[in-house]
Design a protein around this ligand. Structure first.
Ligand SMILES: NC(=O)c1ccc[n+]([C@@H]2O[C@H](COP(=O)([O-])OP(=O)(O)OC[C@H]3O[C@@H](n4cnc5c(N)ncnc54)[C@H](O)[C@@H]3O)[C@@H](O)[C@H]2O)c1
Ligand SMILES: O=C(O)[C@H](O)COP(=O)(O)O
Length: 633
């Protein structure tokens, strides 16, 4: 933190595409040429000239002269331009507005843009007109912009260098900008460091010369240990996405400012252990096993997103004990599984799995043998959760009778009948479909005894999890003719990628429909999931909200004007008292606090009234039984 002994270096900011997200002249052209038939073309030409100038491909003076000639702007266009630029301040600069107000005397804006629009925009951040060095327009009598003041050093090549010489700053100078002319200040020996500012645009020729690259201004403040709004720069949050979730997921994380790495297929345990170091958020689907060993290797992991419903692939307790919150998408693909199941039971009832390949082979086998309507038949649903209960409604709508069995007490929908025991359901159903979850206790839940209980010729569907069914027993029941057919979407072992072949003893059996775990693989479901899960993870990171976490106590504390601390600890008596003792000792007032515990951990959100210092933070980290401690803001 700067103090009298070590003041903040002078910070020289570029304006266009650094302080603001856009180039002022491009925006001015857009406004001035509104309604003009060639608007898009001319704005395009101006943008290209801006880029060439910024990347150092043509001289700055040439780029500026050509742009001004194309502009066709008038002074009446400046007010709307300023209003627009005020809404386009770079996000991380806007959120750290207090920093600018606090240190305005050390900050200069040196720009080849124009004072007429820069001054009012930066004034909102406390930067005085005397600290804005920029060009000025020339106007004709009608107020048309005719060019720029040629006496201004910034209108010429090497202008920023000349300007810095004139400024004659006494002390270290750091330059932050996106253009080659910003780097040139450092090259000329007039700045001690050049930071390539890439929040809005990243130019390889500029980045190549930078002492540091700044994806956001938070990163600069973090590196220099200066006061900042966030406790940790978002660009330092690494997300590892496996198993190809919809592209929207990566897009949302990137929009938030996170670094995203994507791996198309799954990774096995050892591969994941290799990749997990430094990862803050891990995104997986149903295949990736997140074991204790993986969690042991995860040195920065905060959250896991299961981009699916099932979470049996994650050691939820181990994650919880490590302070890693897990979120899934509990409803996003429910309808897709229901639709697939409905389709399958009709297709099996008509023995399509046998007829379709014969047709493709040129064999015409018209027969009603073994085919039946589903109307009036009994569908036995095992597991009456989100999928099972929605299927119940849909199946009744097409004329089936529904019987269900669930280990938990469930609301009976429509005319569905609850079975008192699984055997009762098995003995009465024409089709049995599994929709239980994949918890370890459900391994081989359905085996030879259950198949034997089913009616002769009945159909069986498993769209839940592969390991809940004893596959050899299913194959035997099909081979013997006891079952009339089966549809299976999930398998105890599933290929890791689409390049691996599928090996399973159900292959080739009569009236068996096999699908490659696509129950939830629809455009709608994948898109819903890719919006839902990142939202939960980002809310957790930003506010500490654990609503809908599958392994953390669920807490949501409304956000207020405060600093927020998150404390995860082993659930033993006295931890909350110790946290509050630390806060009291440091005269920190609590504005809001919420603790919730489960069998293993306690999760506390505390809002405090004042700027925390490093001592309080350290003392809170040292509270006995602390698993994880985070300062959110
Ligand atoms: N094939 C796919 O692509 C696909 C897609 C989505 C979900 N799934 C699987 O479907 C499962 C169910 O999804 P959901 O959203 O309905 O989950 P859910 O948690 O809402 O419902 C599961 C139900 O099964 C019951 N249950 C669990 N074990 C049982 C047992 N031994 N006996 C009786 N009842 C038992 C639970 O009490 C619960 O009501 C998921 O866990 C997932 O494994 C597969
Ligand atoms: O649990 C689920 O939602 C399904 O099994 C889908 O899993 P997937 O995303 O791996 O297809």
């Amino acid at each position: 933190m700067p103090n009298a002994a070590a003041p903040l270096p002078y910070l020289v900011f570029d304006f266009d595409s650094t302080f603001t997200q856009v180039e002022g002249l491009d925006e001015l052209a857009d406004i001035a040429l509104q309604g003009h038939p060639d608007q898009a073309k001319v704005v395009g030409q101006i943008k290209a000239l801006t880029d060439q100038g910024m990347a150092g491909e043509i001289g700055f003076q040439e780029s500026l002269a050509k742009r001004l000639a194309l502009l066709g702007a008038n002074e009446r266009h400046l007010a709307p331009l300023i209003a627009r630029l005020k809404t386009k301040v770079s996000e991380s600069i806007r959120r750290n507005g207090n920093f600018f107000r606090q240190f305005a005397d050390r900050i200069y804006v040196v720009s080849s843009g124009f004072r007429e629009f820069i001054e009012p925009v930066v004034a909102e951040f406390g930067i005085p007109a005397s600290h804005v060095l920029a060009n000025t327009f020339t106007f004709d009598a009608a107020g048309n912009i005719t060019g720029c003041d040629p006496a201004n050093v910034l209108s010429r090549d090497g202008g920023k260098i000349r300007q810095l010489v004139l400024l004659d700053l006494n002390g270290p100078v750091y330059v932050l900008g996106d253009g080659y002319t910003d780097y040139q200040i450092r090259e000329a020996g007039l700045a001690h460091r050049f930071y390539a500012y890439t929040e809005n645009v990243s130019r390889p020729s500029v980045v190549a010369h930078a002492d540091e690259v700044l994806p956001t201004f938070d990163e600069f403040l973090y590196q220099l240990r200066l006061p900042m709004t966030l406790s940790y720069p978002k660009n330092r949050i690494k997300v590892l996405l496996l198993e190809n979730p919809d592209a929207r997921a990566a897009e949302l994380f990137r929009l938030e400012g996170y670094q995203v790495e994507e791996v198309k297929g799954g990774l096995d345990e050892d591969e994941l252990i290799q990749r997990i170091e430094g990862v803050s958020l891990l995104g997986i689907r149903s295949k990736t096993q997140v074991t204790q060993r993986v969690l042991d290797a995860a040195n920065r992991l905060i959250g896991i997103g299961a981009f699916c419903i099932g979470t049996n692939q994650i050691d939820l307790t181990a994650a919880m004990k490590k302070g890693v919150a897990v979120f899934n998408a509990p409803f996003s693909n429910t309808r897709s599984v229901v639709e697939l199941t409905l389709a399958e039971l009709i297709v099996l009832a008509r023995r399509i799995p046998e007829k379709n390949p014969k047709m493709h082979a040129g064999e015409w086998d018209k027969s009603a043998s073994g085919s039946f309507e589903i109307r009036g038949k009994t569908l036995g649903i095992v597991g009456y959760g989100n999928i099972g209960s929605q299927l119940s409604v849909v199946a009744e709508a097409v004329g089936m009778k529904v019987m269900y069995y669930d280990m938990a007490e469930k609301l009976q929908l429509g005319n569905a009948v609850k079975a008192r025991a699984l055997d009762e359901l098995l003995e009465q159903s024409d089709v049995v479909t599994l929709h239980i979850d994949g918890r370890p206790e459900n391994e081989n839940f359905f085996g030879a005894a259950e198949f034997a209980r089913m009616k002769k010729g009945a159909l069986f569907i498993n769209n839940a999890r592969g390991h809940v069914v004893d596959v050899p027993a299913l194959a035997a029941a099909l081979r013997s003719g006891h079952l009339g057919g089966a549809a299976v979407d999930v398998f105890p072992y599933e290929p890791k990628t689409n390049n691996e072949s599928f090996e399973n003893e159900l292959r080739g059996l009569p009236n068996v429909l096999l699908t490659p775990h696509i129950g939830g693989s629809t455009a709608e479901a994948q898109r819903n999931i890719a919006e839902f899960v990142p939202e939960r993870l980002m809310q957790y990171i930003n506010t500490g909200n654990t609503q809908q976490s599958v392994n953390f106590p669920n807490i949501q504390l409304p956000t207020q004007q405060a600093h927020r601390l998150i404390h995860i600890h082993a659930n033993v008596p006295g931890v909350l008292a110790n946290i509050n003792n630390v806060l009291a000792r440091h005269h920190v007032n609590i504005l809001g606090q919420y603790l919730k515990t489960n069998e293993h951990i306690g999760y506390v959100i505390t809002d405090i009234n004042r700027e925390y210092d490093h001592e309080v933070i350290q003392a809170l980290r040292e509270v006995e039984h602390t698993i994880k401690f985070r300062v959110l803001y």
